[in-house]
Design a protein around this ligand. Structure first.
Ligand code: HAM
Length: 419
């Protein structure tokens, strides 16, 4: 049987990687401009990290993790970035070194979901986490940063959905009210929601079943249970977003699928025409209790994760299709040595160069130069070796001149690597 990549896991061939790199560079630049530094954590973590951080009764932990036991150690391929980053923050006692940490990351995440457009089993997130700022202004600032990044990719009108789920105390009162409302209707709930009713009723709110959603139509909402402090925090997030001129819509139904959140939550939706149902390109929020609950100090935190593939589907990204600037074409054995050396000299001058080492015919070599998007070809044959002047062929202008190797390097450097 022909070998294939695992379902929902994609190869990214070189012609597509350029778009990935353009997006990653734009993200890096955006984060560096805001004083964030990159953190890299392992793809594998101890399974209990994720069940502890994300919550036992969540879709991700119950159904979507790639978990296995290796030499008696339960391990899981990371389904998201926050848990590992928090683990690293705690493990390296970062809080003792700096009171405020702003970190970003880019990398592969794994969730065993049903694959469809924009939803994969291996996907990539661009994420950021801020440790040590209780908000509210940083919440709005980071949301605004992300919105501007997304808009800057040429994605029209990203829509920000905003909510607060308050502190643990508010949620515990709300949980009681929600259970009291749903208990008499229990038998009409889906089996999964019935199971969740006792242990994690808030998860029922993001049930995908229409029947569950119909039952929830008149359910109590969380906002009346917010403490004064929670409400003040939310009002200030909104005021800061208003001051920044970043539009948002408050959606009291927004709960998100991970259990670590406190207070501010948000999602960004974009390009429904291209993404369909999976139009959430980013999501995040505040998680003031997570660092302490995983055994670290009591440090407030806020962050987001954006789906790289979804952004790529939604964005109009232009990438340079050319692979090299110059192709060096040595003709004959004697010329190959000079050609390989000269290619090295061009690369030292930061000019992207391929040297033809297969002894192809001039015609085939020029065809390849075209396919690589090269602007110039340098022809080295017996005559050129003798005269010391090599033929520089401008493939766009169809012009040719004879120059010394050093003059060619100088000329191409002056024209900015021929691009
Ligand atoms: P999340 O909402 O689970 O949040 O994922 C963030 C983004 O990752 C989603 O909005 C979506 O664009 C993308 N994504 C998720 N699953 C898939 C998939 N199967 N295929 C393609 N893209 C996907 C988190 O992961 C949190 N860690 C975000 C966060 C950081 N909150 C605080 N800090």
């Amino acid at each position: 049987m022909a070998l294939r990549a695992p379902s929902g896991m994609n190869d990214t061939l070189p012609e597509e990687v350029g778009r990935f790199q353009t997006l990653e560079r734009a993200f890096q630049e955006c984060m560096h401009l805001a004083g964030f530094r990159e953190v890299r954590t392992p793809l594998l973590e101890t399974t209990s990290l994720f069940s502890g951080a994300i919550g036992e009764i969540t879709d991700v932990v119950e159904k979507e993790m790639y978990s296995f036991t290796h030499r008696e150690e339960p391990l899981t391929l990371r389904p998201e970035g926050t848990a590992g980053v928090v683990r690293a923050y705690i493990e390296h006692k970062v809080q003792n070194r700096e009171p405020l940490s702003k970190w970003y990351y880019m990398g592969a995440m794994f969730r065993a979901e049903r694959p469809q457009k924009g939803r994969y089993r291996q996907f990539h997130q661009l994420g950021a986490e801020v440790f040590g700022d209780p908000g509210p202004h940083v919440d709005a600032e980071v949301i605004d940063l992300l919105v501007r990044f997304i808009a800057g990719l040429g994605i029209a009108a990203p829509e920000v959905l905003l909510n607060t789920i308050g502190s643990e105390e508010a949620r515990s009162h709300y949980r009681t009210a929600l259970i009291a409302y749903l208990e008499p209707k229990k038998s009409a709930l889906t089996e999964e929601s019935q199971r969740r009713l006792e242990r994690n009723p808030l998860r029922i709110l993001d049930s995908k079943s229409q029947a569950d959603q119909a039952l929830l139509a008149d359910a109590p909402t969380l906002h009346p249970f917010l403490s004064e402090e929670d409400q003040k925090h939310f009002d200030a997030v909104r005021r800061t977003l208003d001051a920044l001129g970043t539009p948002y819509r408050v959606d009291q139904k927004l709960v998100r699928g991970l259990d670590y959140y406190t207070r501010t939550l948000f999602e960004i939706k974009a390009a429904k025409d291209k993404l369909g149902a999976g139009d959430t390109v980013a999501g995040g929020g505040r998680y003031d209790g997570l660092v302490a609950s995983l055994g670290g100090p009591s440090v407030p935190a806020f962050g987001f994760g954006a789906g790289l593939e979804r952004l790529l589907i939604a964005a109009e990204l232009k990438t340079d299709p050319s692979v090299v600037d110059v192709v060096v074409l040595p003709m004959g054995d004697a010329a190959v040595l000079s050609g390989v050396k000269f290619a090295r000299q061009l690369r030292d001058a930061k000019i992207r160069t391929e040297v033809e080492t297969r002894g192809s015919s001039m015609k085939a070599a020029l065809r390849r130069a075209n396919a690589l998007g090269a602007r110039y070809a340098v022809l080295i044959g017996d005559r050129e070796l003798e005269s010391g002047l090599w033929a520089l062929k401008d493939l766009n202008a169809h012009a040719q001149e004879e120059l010394s190797p050093d003059s060619i390097v100088a000329k191409l450097s002056a024209s900015g690597g021929a691009r």
